[in-house]
Ligand binder design. Structure first.
Ligand SMILES: *Cc1c(COP(=O)(O)O)cnc(C)c1O
Length: 222
């Protein structure tokens, strides 16, 4: 179903929830964790509500959807975060639009971003538990990928990961490994935590939680 057919949460409700969750995060993290609203599968009106509430940065998973929403808003209004798995051939069109590339998990993708969007700000996506078929680079390769980014002139701001759905114990281990890796490489940004594991992520040192459902409601299947 295309995004325009999704139910649209009203702007007032979006504002209330943004304030409630950011307030909760401020208390729980002592001001260290910020909230990145994730608008995937919701129409562009929801992005407008987020902007009206005073948030500038927004996360999207799919290149096409991000570009379409960007086109419908005034240029430069949104600080887009690319948080979904990314093919190299999408980088060129996203360059100059994306503010933070959160899913850089391999050298070929990193090189393409360095080529098309010089000096771009990136996070290295990690699969801390080295799971079968999971997105992210294995912990043993993070240091090399970070160094490659720095050598390519990219602004490597930190690391990003996705927890293990429905498995709080594994998620806790994953977040711990991510925080330790970030510490050892002296990287400030730790993008971890979503609706279901937000508090756990905060307790493990997240600097940015990426939240969709808790703000906007359930997504219909894509
Ligand atoms: C969809 C998604 C989110 C937001 O998930 P919610 O469960 O809706 O909070 C965060 N990060 C990534 C990488 C996602 O794909």
């Amino acid at each position: 179903m295309p995004p325009e057919n999704r139910p649209v949460p009203p702007a007032g409700q979006v504002l209330d929830r943004l304030e409630a969750i950011q307030g909760h995060l401020d208390v729980r993290s002592g001001g260290r964790t910020r909230l990145l609203p994730v608008t995937k599968a919701f129409p562009v009106e929801v992005v407008s509500s987020v902007l009206a509430a005073g948030f500038q940065d927004v996360g999207e998973n799919y290149a096409q959807e991000l570009l379409e929403k960007n086109r419908q808003l005034s240029p430069g209004r949104v600080g887009w975060h690319m948080i979904g798995g990314l093919q190299r051939n999408k980088v060129r069109r996203l360059a100059g639009v994306v503010k933070l590339w959160q899913t850089v998990d391999r050298a070929s993708l990193l090189d393409e971003i360095a080529k098309r969007d010089s000096g771009a700000r990136i996070l290295v996506q990690v699969d801390p538990l080295n799971g079968e078929g999971k997105a992210g680079c294995p912990p043993s390769e993070v240091e090399e990928l970070v160094a490659r980014g720095v050598d390519s002139g990219l602004d490597v701001a930190g690391l990003m990961t996705v927890g293990a759905a429905g498995d709080p114990a594994a998620t806790r281990r994953a977040f711990k490994v991510l925080a330790e890796l970030a510490d050892s490489l002296d990287l400030a940004e730790r993008s971890m935590g979503m609706t279901d594991d937000m508090d756990l992520a905060v307790d493990m040192g997240s600097t940015m939680v990426r939240v969709g459902r808790a703000l906007f409601g359930e997504r219909l299947p894509r």
